[in-house]
Design a protein around this ligand. Structure first.
Ligand SMILES: Cc1cc2nc3c(=O)[nH]c(=O)nc-3n(C[C@H](O)[C@H](O)[C@H](O)COP(=O)(O)OP(=O)(O)OC[C@H]3O[C@@H](n4cnc5c(N)ncnc54)[C@H](O)[C@@H]3O)c2cc1C
Length: 404
């Protein structure tokens, strides 16, 4: 394994850091203010459009996509340090057209979409003109087991008719969100891994509505996370993504890169929390000493650095395996890093919160919001327990016939 950044990664990394420092950081308060002034928490603030134009002009666009037909074609290993930078300042991900859930949706459209679907939906997504949603999770079933999904997608002549109740449809509150990839059952009699399909549903199709936004720990995020309802929604059969019955397989394909991107950003969040913890502890004096001179604080700082380094190395190993052996071969490393990165980010941010004192839980500092984002990583793209179970299963299999 060689984790030395390529010359291209180094060069893009320096340019991305410069863009974030010069444009994204100053735009953060403007972004908040423009949303507040509009009176709509899901308003699309003009400053974001300015950031996107600047990022594109600087060649910092669609960096996430390994497919050379549609972007610079960086490998996962090359993208990791760039995605980490976006984790420090989350606005940078959307500014560079590298934000979830569009990234995962663009990947599956690139891999499974027909030429017509790519022209209609992938191209405007690649151009940052629209946004998209991925609707799999349902309120009434344990959706960490995708086999439980109960929404129906039924063939009717040249159409499919969809009846689905979904929630956590990320991005669906945005007026720029124009299409959802909906997962549902096409053949209830098939085996559990071939019952489901995915279908493209434009947001303006009659019967498709957003019920409400779901706040996360009380925070309302711009594009939101919505409860959505599809009642007798009719779309042409050509909107099906891939083959009928391939929904489960496409979901698996989508989760590989999506999961690792969350982990890369988590490392960026960890770095930012550690930076804040170190700076604050060297400025604040309690009981006659800087906080940084207290043994207990130094231990927290050292542990944070160790956890970040461990997580980064595992992200790089998983990315390297995805690049060299494929997503399937890397699935255990991807599962492991998903657990490790979420734990690292919540632990490090939590330590920074404690060292920062009461200020940390106000919105004067980014730590409270970062904690909320990091905590949700323990569920997003599958809860920790599912990954742990799969890793344990593999380990146990290795020693099935081993007697002591
Ligand atoms: C911020 C955020 C954004 C999201 N965005 C999207 C999105 O865009 N599209 C979408 O479709 N979904 C999205 N989700 C949903 C997310 O993928 C689900 O919450 C997740 O898969 C878990 O499903 P569930 O909530 O139904 O939990 P359940 O399946 O009900 O699981 C509840 C708990 O049961 C335990 N558990 C589950 N399986 C096991 C096991 N094998 N062993 C032991 N314990 C277990 C875990 O502790 C788990 O947390 C998002 C969620 C969040 C929080």
């Amino acid at each position: 394994m060689d984790f030395e950044p390529s010359p291209r990664t180094r060069e893009l990394h320096d340019r991305l850091v410069e863009f974030v420092d010069e444009h994204v950081v100053p735009a953060e308060p403007v972004y908040e203010e423009q949303i507040r002034a509009s009176g709509d928490p899901h308003h699309y603030p003009p400053v974001l459009e300015e950031l996107k134009a600047e990022a594109r002009a600087r060649g910092l666009w669609n960096l996430f996509l390994p497919d050379r037909r549609f972007g610079p074609g960086l490998s996962n290993l090359e993208y990791a340090p760039l995605c980490e930078v976006m984790g420090r300042h989350l606005l940078a991900a959307e500014a560079t057209n590298c934000a979830a859930p569009d990234t995962g949706n663009m990947e599956i459209l690139a891999e499974f979409g027909t030429a017509e679907q790519q022209e209609q939906w992938l191209q405007p997504l690649l151009d940052g003109e629209i946004r998209s949603a991925f609707a799999m999770t349902e309120p009434w079933v344990a959706s960490s087991d995708a086999r439980n999904i109960g929404s129906r997608i039924e063939r009717d002549g040249d159409d499919y008719v969809i009846n689905a109740h979904k929630w956590f449809t990320t991005g669906a509150m945005s007026s720029r969100c124009k299409v959802a990839i909906v997962m549902g059952v096409t053949d209830p009699d098939a085996d559990p891994y071939h019952r489901q399909s995915m279908i493209l549903v434009p947001f303006d199709t009659p019967g498709f509505r957003v019920v409400r936004n779901l706040d996360l720990f009380g925070y309302t995020e711009g594009p939101g996370h919505a409860e959505t309802l599809l009642e007798n929604v009719r779309v042409p059969a050509r909107n099906l993504l891939g083959e009928e019955g391939s929904g489960f397989a496409i979901a698996q394909a989508r989760l590989g890169p999506g999961r690792i991107h969350h982990c890369m950003r988590a490392i960026g969040m960890g770095e930012r929390a550690l930076e804040l913890m170190c700076a604050r502890s060297q400025q604040r004096v309690a009981f006659g000493k800087h906080l940084a001179d207290q043994g207990v604080i130094r231990e927290r700082i050292a542990n944070a650095r160790i956890q970040i380094e461990q997580a980064r190395l595992l992200v790089m190993k998983a990315a390297w395996l995805m690049d060299t052996a494929g997503k399937k071969a890397a699935r255990f490393e991807i599962g492991a890093i998903k657990v490790v990165a979420a734990r690292m980010a919540t632990d490090v941010i939590d330590a920074a919160i404690q060292v920062f004192g009461g200020a940390s839980v106000t919105d004067d500092w980014p730590l409270a919001r970062m904690y909320a984002v990091a905590r949700t990583l323990h569920f997003v793209d599958g809860p920790d327990e599912v990954h742990l179970d799969q890793i344990a299963r593999r380990e146990l299999r290795k020693y099935e016939h081993f007697r002591v």
